[in-house]
Design a protein around this ligand. Structure first.
Ligand SMILES: CC(C)(COP(=O)(O)OP(=O)(O)OC[C@H]1O[C@@H](n2cnc3c(N)ncnc32)[C@H](O)[C@@H]1OP(=O)(O)O)[C@@H](O)C(=O)NCCC(=O)NCCS
Length: 403
């Protein structure tokens, strides 16, 4: 079995075919390839071969990922698929090997992904790093906890004109939100604001509302009006693809805009952060039907560089003894402090597998939670509390889109 980066666009097209197969399609269309190529160069897609034939593929977007106190270069793993004819022969393992080694040689200390199934990636050292919430709320149960006048005006903007208005808002939110990543103009145009037919899944066109405060964009919402009827009564929903504001007032106002849209019966959204303000700003939070499932998975490819890129909330230092079967260069003791993560011969305070470091990396889980799940060993009394004080982050990690 050979696994290697694609050498041209034809190979890339063939390497995308396995994941397309699972979405019920054959080869990706010319249009899909054109949009992909603007954000994913062909050499970032790796192909698995059976003889001459490509039977497996996976890619990695080059991301700048926001982490507590900083940013890190990250491989955004995507489009992983192995044809059913070749499953369980080690192609995924080969693809992960190839992607991780490639990311390491490019100086990307972490890999990040959304998993189709939660059983797949732990064995390669990925840890569940964030959780995401989904809501489905009847619109007539969305009264505010305390009403407030909107500080601004919302207006509908054609998608072609949206980027200069919404991108700066996203950037301001991303700057302080672990789990978000920088979006290039191509990412906005070819992915976020590109309302391709397949994304609608029978629903409405993508709408963009921009909320301006003092004449400047402070919040936006991308959403679809999905109208359905039963005996003349509207049973449809407003599906919120993405909504954010750069202050609590702007965030509250854009959500009020969405919740107050007339006629449709429900408001639905997914990929929300666990600390979403709606949970505390509605009179009837139970009616949100807030459902939680896992979000991003993170793999520290280079433990030293990954942990050095992160900020820490205290001046302390801890020594962690790391095990890592898939990337053995990470194994051993690391002293972590505001001065960076360095190899040490000091005695360890904590011991864990590299996947557990992925769980705490964005601040989405704590060392104490891992210890209670038997995934973190405290070797020196008090070390878990000290590590949690260091790794504390003010915000729940949030990645608002599946890539
Ligand atoms: C998931 C998928 C990529 C696995 O590919 P594969 O080539 O069969 O995987 P491998 O043979 O390399 O398996 C590697 C290991 O992962 C395990 N594994 C593979 N798929 C798994 C799954 N869905 N759940 C749990 N474990 C899985 C294998 O058992 C194997 O473990 P082992 O080494 O201990 O025996 C493939 O089944 C697929 O394309 N699925 C549909 C699309 C999809 O879910 N893609 C992932 C996108 S995030």
């Amino acid at each position: 079995m050979q696994v290697r980066p694609c050498v041209d666009v034809d190979e890339m097209r063939a390497a995308l075919a396995p994941i397309w197969h699972y979405f019920g399609q054959n080869l990706p269309s010319e249009d899909a390839i054109k949009h992909f190529l603007r954000v994913l160069p062909h050499e970032c897609v790796h192909a698995g071969f059976d003889g001459e034939k490509i039977v497996a593929g996976a890619g990695a977007f080059p991301f700048d990922l926001v982490i507590p106190g900083g940013q890190v270069k990250a491989a955004g793993v995507t489009v992983t698929g192995v044809f059913p004819t070749h499953r369980r022969r080690g192609y995924l393992r080969g693809l992960q090997r190839s992607l991780i080694d490639d990311a390491r040689s490019r100086g990307e200390p972490v890999a990040v992904l959304w998993a189709t199934e939660d059983t797949i990636y732990g064995q390669f050292g990925y840890g569940m790093a964030s959780m995401s919430g989904e809501i489905d709320v009847p619109r007539d149960r969305t009264a505010p906890f305390a009403s407030a006048a909107s500080p601004g005006e919302a207006r509908l903007v054609p998608l072609e004109e949206a980027e200069p208005l919404v991108a700066p808002v996203y950037e301001r939110v991303a700057r302080i939100t672990p789990g978000m990543f920088a979006r290039s103009p191509e990412w906005w145009q070819d992915r976020v604001l590109n309302d391709m037919e397949w994304k609608r899944r029978g629903g409405g066109h993508l709408q963009c509302a921009v909320l301006e405060i003092g004449g400047k964009p402070a919040a936006y919402a991308l959403y679809r009006m999905n109208a359905f009827f039963e005996r003349g009564v509207q049973t449809g929903n407003i599906f919120v693809v993405e909504a954010m504001g750069d202050t609590p007032q702007a965030m509250s106002a854009i959500w009020r805009y969405l919740l107050d849209i007339d006629w449709l019966a429900r408001v639905k959204a997914h990929l929300l952060p666990l600390d979403h303000p709606l949970l505390l700003s509605l009179a009837d939070p139970r009616r949100l039907n807030f459902l939680v499932r896992e979000g991003l998975w993170i793999r520290l490819i280079d433990v030293g560089a990954a942990l050095s890129a992160r900020g820490y909330a205290t001046d302390d230092a801890i020594v962690v003894d790391v095990t890592d079967g898939f990337c053995p260069w990470n194994a051993g003791r690391w002293r972590i402090s505001r001065g960076g993560a360095k190899r040490t011969v000091d005695e360890a305070d904590l011991a864990c597998d590299v996947a557990s470091l992925g769980c705490v990396y964005l601040g989405g889980f704590t060392f104490a939670q891992l210890a209670r799940s038997l995934r973190m060993t405290e070797l020196r009394a008090g070390a878990i509390a000290r590590a949690d004080a260091m790794f504390r982050s003010d915000r729940a990690p949030w990645c608002p889109e599946i890539f």
